[in-house]
Design a protein around this ligand. Sequence first.
Ligand SMILES: Nc1ncnc2c1ncn2[C@@H]1O[C@H](COP(=O)(O)OP(=O)(O)OP(=O)(O)O)[C@@H](O)[C@H]1O
Length: 573
Amino acid sequence: MIKLFSFLKPYAFSVTAVLVFMFFQSMAQLYLPALLADIVNRGIVNGNSRYIFHIGGLMLLVAAGSAACTVLASYLSAKASAGFGKDLRSSVFSRAESYSLHEFDQIGTASLITRTTNDINQVQQVLLLILRLMISAPMMAVGGIIMAVSTDATLSLVFVAVLPLLAAAIFLIAGRSIPLFRTMQAKLDRLNLVLRENLTGIRVIRAFNRIDHEKKRFGQANYDLTGVAIRVNRQMAAMFPLMMLVMNFTTIAILWFGSIRVDYGDMQVGNMMAFIQYSMQIMFSLVMVSIMFVMIPRAQASAVRINEVLDTVPDIKDAVQIKSTGKQKGLVEFKNVTFRYPGAEKPAIDNISFQAGPDEVTAIIGGTGAGKSTLVNLIPRFYDVDRGRILIDGVDVRELSQQSLRAKIGFVPQKAVLFTGTIADNIRFGSEGAPAEAVRQAAATAQATEFITAMKDGFDSVIAQGGANVSGGQKQRLAIARALVRRPEIYIFDDTFSALDYKTDARLRAALKEETGNSTVIIIAQRVSTVINADRILVMDNGVIAGSGNHEELLATCGVYREIVASQLSGGE
Ligand SMILES: Nc1ncnc2c1ncn2[C@@H]1O[C@H](COP(=O)(O)OP(=O)(O)OP(=O)(O)O)[C@@H](O)[C@H]1O
């Protein structure tokens, strides 16, 4: 957690001010009982009303000063800890943004969300507590003891009996609650996971009548969390009555022994009253410190999870010496490329070599899991190759900056993703500031104009969260328009056309041909009809290229291709 405190640097002034204010507040709190003793001993006992008003006024002033310090310290500590949380969230977010897909797979999207929100909140809360108590609690405990001893050393012997008792009670309770707090964090993770799966998979859950099963699963996770929370709260709840009991007994003991000493003339009444206040201050501060020590391990667990995100170095970085491709063309070359997912037994693609040139349409076809998506994901460096090279216009993609590499590519993923905003915003995502005419043109080529204009607000219609108010095929067409408006050198369509009906698919490909002009086009497809007119078709099978050529050539030379064609024809296509 200490490592995370470096995020407090911009708030050094506020932090220092909080510490200074808490110091003065504690001083004031320690001074007040001394004044009380004075007012009783000299003012009340002697009936000296002038002295009472004088010291009473001073007490009011000190109390007001202490209150002002508390307010200022509270304000500044809240400001510093909120700023700390904000900066830490930004850092975690931008670190996660720089991850390659490999790191996303490793940590998990759900966990990244919990870490960015809940875990940072935990640390932020404890930080607030630390800021307020770091100075005041030890000062009140130590200062209280010093003041009590200086007020009456003999009566301080009461603490010799009480404080070890109090410490033992605190250790007992803290020892039991700390592991419970840790368990609670894990149970919260589990609850978040179940909740996320339920919310994102609600359609499937309903379609398969699994609502009751999911309710039980959620109920169990909820019950587990509640169980631990109740146990932990029971421990914490026991702490306060126990403390109060100890405090009250201490007060009785002080009154008992104090009155004997007053009786013998060894102590003044005012001192006894001050002594009681010091004992309260000492014990309260010990309780606060113990709460802090119970909270810290809980935040520590969160800090470890946050540091994991910050310390994970993205696999994919820009080279030290960045090259550029010079005269732009968009020639994509794979040279003996092999890639294996981390932990996978065999490579997803193995020793792949081919060229996809400008002015050409290169299609990739093959069964599910053949490695088609993996192959195109390597071009924009979502992952890096294990062996071999991928060149764009003769330069290795690892030698280009990620920014310039991706600027060359219009990528349409297998699963279209839309963002909250209007339809026009979503298309402009491909090219910020694209004129309205370009947006309309891209939509027209993507065969999206018809459904967009049918919507109430046309291009200004708002897309619901996750694109819930458009169909799968419409989503795909918007994703295509987004890539088109970019006017890139290389188009990659990852199985984009299978969500479209045959007619739309054919119209779209005809329009694309006009639009993509002399760019390089790579199309992954399931349907033979989509690839039949491509200049080159690569047939993928089990991670390798089983055949390459145009439709006629492949019919003559490639068994796997013939099988695909035959299976689709026999399927009535
Ligand atoms: N993120 C991943 N982590 C580990 N293995 C993966 C990952 N993505 C894909 N794979 C594996 O790599 C292989 C190739 O997957 P890929 O998605 O490239 O196939 P595909 O040909 O695009 O299939 P489909 O047509 O079904 O989309 C599969 O065996 C798959 O299980």
